[in-house]
Design a protein around this ligand. Structure first.
Ligand SMILES: [Fe+2]
Length: 509
């Protein structure tokens, strides 16, 4: 719910850089550790990556110089790059540094210094050179880490797996409160609206030591879903029907705080409510990772229950669902991904995006419904995307997704209602780090029976997916922790799948 007073506060907060008198504080002495939010790295390239930190504390309108160092060894003895940047108050004293000229395909270590304080040491790495034949890529993917719903025990196991890369597929924070089964609480019960409120929410999540350890272990790539802003938002539309011009201010505040807390390149810095986070990254000639934004540009939900937002609808009762102009990615991003798929020369193509792409149509015969917040709500756009995959023929397309808080493995087909329709790509969906699945988890056996392209589902466990690509094969292991309601818990491999070179569709292994 939006109210006028908070709307004006949000507006004032976004204007902070224009009205503030900033002065420099070259050698501050900190009373509290300014590096309590940890460090992070992301978006590895052959010659560098992004290094991030944010100074935690209330410093007022003061610019603070932050020095950074990259070393070839864990003890930080052989420094190979260093520099200084300013932590500025209008960006919440965050720092995004992009060292260049590093060697491809190797691990590095980094840290920051400000005043009398030194940050923890993070480990990061560069990608292999563009044409290099990389023998393998090991990565994990994760999504949906509601702070109140559980502990981030999965990250401890993920760090032990020693991946080259962690991909995060959305819901890094939650704006909302489920009001049940909490193991710990948000800093406030109300939803954030202003940039200060989103910053406070990120600061709470970022203070978690398990999450920090996953950021300290390797570089991340990330896309977002809805909860980084508001449940089930679509472009400028809010579920409860706030006027678009008001919602865009909230979105601007949320996007700004997202940028301030993630290891994102400077070119992604938001401009008001606009922030381009989609893009492609290559791992030598082995793999391309195409990250998609499924929220910022999508059409409003078809046949919503409230003013907007997802709904369970019978496609025959909702003509709007089939309107060809309805889009999930927006025209610009749709054209861009088509070109990326056409131009890709890598042996594998990972398409990382937030929501379930495979059809999930279920219910009694004659009254089957779909959930409109996922790709099922945008069938024409899904068809265009999968036709682009089928005609551009990028090598080994594999879609990875989050959002549903359950594990899935699926065949992606041009026509899910036709059993003879060919499989054009594979999809793996990772369960949540902590967030609980929706009520339909109880109907999973029926959902599997009604949707034969869904080859596997498990809604019992929270966890992540551990994946590796080596030459002719991608392996995906569905990892599940015993519980997220205790700070420590064992993990097990619930299921293992492979995708063989040239054969779309996950196979049990
Ligand atoms: Fe989620």
């Amino acid at each position: 719910m939006f109210d006028r007073r908070r709307f004006l506060q949000a507006l004032a907060a976004l204007g902070v850089s224009h009205s503030m008198r900033v002065h420099a504080q070259p050698r501050p002495r900190f009373e509290h550790d300014p590096f309590s939010l940890g460090v992070a790295s992301g978006y590895p390239q052959p010659g560098g990556m992004v290094l991030w930190t944010r100074l935690a504390g209330d410093f007022g309108p003061v610019e603070i110089p932050v020095r950074w160092e990259v070393a070839a060894d864990e003890a930080m003895r052989r420094i190979v790059a260093k520099g200084e940047d300013l932590a500025r108050p209008d960006w919440a004293h965050s720092v995004h540094v992009e060292p260049r000229g590093l060697r491809p395909d190797r691990w590095y270590w980094y840290r920051f210094r400000a005043g009398n304080a030194v940050s923890p040491i993070g480990r990061t790495r560069t990608a292999p050179a563009a044409q290099a034949v990389a023998p393998r890529l090991r990565f994990a993917f994760a999504s949906c880490q509601h702070y109140e719903q559980g502990y981030y025990t999965s990250y401890r196991h993920m760090v032990a797996d020693d991946p080259d890369l962690i991909l995060f597929l959305g819901d890094y924070i939650y704006e909302s409160n489920l009001r049940r089964n909490q193991v710990r609480l948000h800093e406030r019960a109300e939803e954030p609206v202003t940039v200060e409120e989103y910053r406070a929410r990120y600061a709470l999540y970022k203070a978690d030591k398990d999450l920090q350890s996953a950021h300290h272990a390797c570089p991340w790539l990330a896309t977002w879903d809805d909860h980084e802003v508001d449940n089930d938002y679509a472009n400028d539309r809010q579920e409860d029907g706030a006027p678009p011009e008001e919602f865009l201010l909230r979105r601007a505040a949320a996007y700004r705080a997202y940028y301030e807390h993630m290891p994102l390149p400077a070119r992604m810095r938001p401009n008001g409510p606009a922030m381009q986070i989609y893009g492609s990254w290559a791992w030598g000639s082995l793999a391309s990772i195409h990250l998609l934004d499924g929220r910022q540009y999508r059409s409003p939900h078809a046949c919503p229950r409230k003013a907007g937002g997802g709904n369970e609808v019978d496609p025959r009762q909702c003509a709007e669902l089939q309107v060809p102009s309805r889009t999930m990615l927006g025209e610009t991003q749709e054209t861009w991904i088509d070109r990326q798929l056409a131009g890709s020369r890598t042996a594998w193509n990972i398409i990382a995006q937030p929501v379930l792409m495979a059809q999930r149509k279920s219910g009694p015969e004659g009254a089957k419904t779909v959930w409109t917040d996922s790709w099922d709500g945008y069938p024409a756009a899904r068809r265009r995307f999968l036709e682009s995959v089928a005609t551009r023929r990028p090598a080994n397309p594999v879609v990875i997704s989050g959002d549903v808080h359950m594990h899935f493995a699926a065949d992606l087909k041009l026509d899910f209602d036709d059993p003879a329709s060919t499989v054009v790509a594979s999809e793996f969906v990772g369960t949540a780090i902590t967030s609980p699945p929706g009520g339909w988890v109880k109907n999973l056996p029926a959902v599997l029976a009604e949707n034969p392209h869904l080859k596997y589902a498990n809604g019992d466990r929270r966890g992540y997916v551990r994946a590796s690509i080596s030459g002719k094969r991608l392996t995906a292991e569905m990892m599940g922790v015993e519980t997220v309601k205790k700070p420590e818990s064992n993990v097990e491999v619930l299921a293992r799948f492979v995708v063989e070179d040239g054969k779309p569709g996950p196979q049990h292994a």
